[in-house]
Design a protein around this ligand. Structure first.
Ligand SMILES: [Zn+2]
Length: 153
């Protein structure tokens, strides 16, 4: 009797897992089709068609065992229309940062940092490709693309 109840519950759990996988796949498809807008020429491009650049910055060696490795920095992409590099920043304007810093809690700052993290986590794998470039090797001309209106779903 108890075994039968456990079997039923396991079946329900399996159905929920199936449903969750379906929803996750739908979310991925939706995210891939979202567009980024170039801050230089205003062209929209779908995430699935963009080669994203993962910038890398170096922690130099210190002592015997520390440092000597590369860290993930920003996500950038080069607009295929105007060839200008867009830095995806999720940062606020200088004025907004000054306003937020007046408030010791700075919830906005926290939320924006979190948004950048979420974007990297959820969207980075969905770009056409990921190209690692060390920050000293980045191509010269760029624009800051503050992704303030981008809804991380
Ligand atoms: Zn452009």
């Amino acid at each position: 009797m108890i075994e039968e109840k456990i079997k039923q519950k396991l079946e329900i759990l399996a159905q929920i897992e199936d449903l969750e996988n379906q929803v996750q796949q739908q979310l991925k498809d939706l995210r891939k089709q979202k567009t980024l807008q170039c801050k230089h020429c205003n062209t929209h491009e779908q995430i699935q068609n963009i080669s994203v650049i993962q910038t890398l910055w170096y922690t130099p060696p210190s002592g015997c065992i520390e440092g000597g490795y590369w860290n993930d920095g920003e996500l950038n992409y080069i607009c295929t229309t105007c060839n200008v590099r867009n830095r995806l920043l999720f940062q606020r304007t200088k004025k907004e940062i000054e306003e937020a810093s007046k408030d010791f809690r700075d919830w906005d700052g926290y939320r924006n940092k979190k948004k950048e993290f979420q974007f990297s986590l959820l969207y980075k794998p969905l770009f056409k490709e990921i190209i690692d470039i060390k920050d000293k090797d980045l191509p010269g001309s760029f624009v800051n693309n503050d992704m303030l209106d981008f809804e991380v779903l």
